[in-house]
Design a protein around this ligand. Structure first.
Ligand SMILES: O=P(O)(O)OC[C@H]1O[C@H](O)[C@H](O)[C@@H](O)[C@@H]1O
Length: 560
């Protein structure tokens, strides 16, 4: 570990072509700066006029997804230069190192192998000389057997009743992926089993999830990589009390609780039998863990076969990422467009706008994936970065969002690059709905790009006095991701698209996209304050604001 830090500081982080030389001194970076000065004022309207084919030329296809990036403020030359930068930063070498199981998570000294979760049997991926792929398939088989039992009623609760509701207790990466995917793939789910999620430690979350349930028919999955996350363990203990109180015996726990974790010792301490534990490994980051046992709730909902289809979709994109030339490589293009807006245009945020009800939670999922991965302030060598890293990611599903915040997208003073995600077919097409949904996606992209200039408004007979208020300047960049339908396979490909886009950006910025030290401080302080709330604040502890707030809370918390 110490060696790695030393190496990182002195000469860049291991391996040919994988240095972390300062970005500012990179020739390709400087070439992009010069290029930016030439193209920054070109509007999308002008770009389309100058290059009438760009609508199909600036597009790429892979793993069942079509990416139209023509409505971005780039020329063909920009794309070439961005790919040159990716190459110069060693993207291909870093990518290969990840797929080969090298310890590219430098600060935690770990391999980064979510890609092994979807590797076909027979692939060899070694960590410390040991092939991890057979173990991945063992756990998948264990999950499949268990999911089948729950689905067909062979797994019964303590009193012999079949399970009607599965509650996943977990937070962050142990929740956002399965929750998002369960909603996305609801049309494929068994309607006889409901899957719910409890993440927040606010008791209302657990109360609401269990209020209408019979413990005899409820199965809890306690899902936590570390099995020490305070919120999850607090919810798990309360769920256990609810179960034991409802079923009248501690012995009920065995039939109603299973665990997903990397920490067998803590799982045993909680009282869950090793036979009811589904493992994953420290080389799977929480936010990259949907394809691991963390996806158990999803597998119970949609069945093992569809879960494997989703993994196949992930794999489709992994293969595309590994083999397609950078200039037509979807995650690379997407990642480099982010770099372009973030670092050259100075656009600080990025919106995710899925035009699919099933993807309502995709923005939340991608907020963690992107911001926890790339919200970093030092590079791999520990030097403070002198450039922006991860953008602020946010969003909501379209069409809903059109009626809330799109006003700012169209006429606000901030330009926000938007990803619009849509599908050619819907799983539940009431007459006309899908056409209207897609018409909106296409119309928004057009409106954002080309706006409504004053001359057009005048031609349309809008009174002169009103024209300034009505003008939409356009020139707002959008990237469109189009899939055939929201199937398990397409969902897998879509998630992997973003995973590898995040990776691409992290490589360019020379940061560790796989640690999350920043989350620690808040956790430590929360633990301390929780113990002070129980036992009193020590003399001189905290700043005056925190002290006053704790005092006010203590005085009022009982409601008397
Ligand atoms: O799965 P767990 O160990 O309970 O961790 C749950 C979450 O905890 C932290 O907040 C981390 O920042 C997340 O990356 C992680 O996904």
């Amino acid at each position: 570990m110490d060696d790695r830090w030393g190496t990182a500081r002195d000469e860049g982080v291991g391996g040919a072509g994988r240095g972390v030389a300062a970005l500012a001194s990179n020739a390709q970076w400087r070439a992009l700066k010069d290029h930016f000065a030439l193209v920054k004022d070109l509007t999308l309207r002008a770009l389309f006029e100058a290059d009438p084919d760009r609508g199909t030329a600036l597009a790429a296809e892979g793993a069942g997804l079509y990416l139209d990036y023509s409505k971005n403020r780039v020329t063909r030359e920009t794309v070439r230069l961005l790919c040159d930068l990716a190459r110069a930063r060693g993207l291909e070498a870093w990518r290969d190192a990840m797929f080969q199981g090298e310890r590219i998570n430098i600060t935690e000294d770990r391999s980064v192998l979510h890609v092994a979760l979807r590797a076909p049997r027979g692939t060899v991926i070694k960590v410390d000389g040991c092939d991890v792929v057979p173990e991945v398939h063992e756990v998948l088989a264990q999950m499949s057997a268990f999911a089948d039992k729950v689905r067909d009623g062979r797994w019964t609760g303590y009193s012999g009743k079949r399970i009607r509701t599965v509650i996943n207790i977990g937070i962050g990466g142990s929740y956002l992926g399965p929750e998002m995917a369960c909603q996305a793939l609801r049309p494929f789910a068994d309607p006889a089993i409901a899957v719910r999620f409890v993440a927040n430690v606010d008791s209302e979350a657990l109360r609401a999830a269990t209020a209408d349930l019979d413990p005899a028919e409820t199965l809890f999955i306690v899902c936590s990589k570390t099995f020490t996350t305070e919120e999850t363990m607090t919810n798990a203990r309360s769920a256990r009390q609810w179960c034991v109180a409802g079923l009248g015996s501690d012995a009920a726990v065995a039939a109603h609780f299973v665990a997903v974790s990397t920490n067998a010792a803590e799982v045993a301490r909680f009282g869950i039998d090793a036979a009811h534990m589904f493992v994953f490994w420290d080389w799977v980051g929480g936010r990259y863990s949907l394809g691991s046992a963390v996806g158990l709730a999803l597998m119970i909902a949609i069945g093992p076969e569809r879960f494997r289809e989703m993994l196949a979709g992930f794999r489709d994109m992994d293969e595309h990422f590994q083999s397609a030339p950078l200039e037509c490589n979807l995650p690379v293009l997407m990642g480099m467009l982010s770099v372009w807006y973030n670092n050259f245009h100075g656009m600080e945020t990025q919106a995710i706008l899925p035009y699919a009800h099933g993807l309502a939670r995709l923005p939340a999922y991608l907020e963690q994936l992107q911001m926890e991965s790339n919200g970093k302030h030092v590079d791999l060598a520990g030097r403070p970065v002198t450039y922006q890293t991860g953008p602020i990611v946010w969003g909501e599903p379209g069409v809903d969002a059109q009626h809330s915040f799109y006003q700012l997208l169209h006429q606000g003073t901030k330009a926000v690059p938007c990803d619009l995600i849509g599908f050619c077919r819907s799983s539940a097409d009431l007459p006309g709905h899908q056409d209207l949904l897609m018409a909106n996606l296409l119309a928004q992209a057009e409106a954002l790009a080309f706006g409504r200039p004053a001359a057009q408004l005048a031609e349309e007979g809008v009174p002169a006095a009103q024209i300034p208020y009505r003008v939409c300047e356009g020139n707002r960049p959008t990237t469109i991701v189009l899939g055939e339908a929201l199937t398990p396979r397409v969902l897998g490909a879509l998630i992997a698209l973003y995973e590898h886009s995040v990776f691409t950006q992290g490589v360019v910025w020379g940061i560790d996209s796989f640690d999350q030290w920043g989350v620690e401080l808040g956790k430590v302080l929360a633990r301390r304050i929780a113990s002070e709330i129980r036992g009193g604040i020590g003399e001189g502890a905290h700043d005056s604001s925190t002290r006053a707030l704790i005092g006010r809370y203590l005085a009022r918390r009982t409601g008397s």
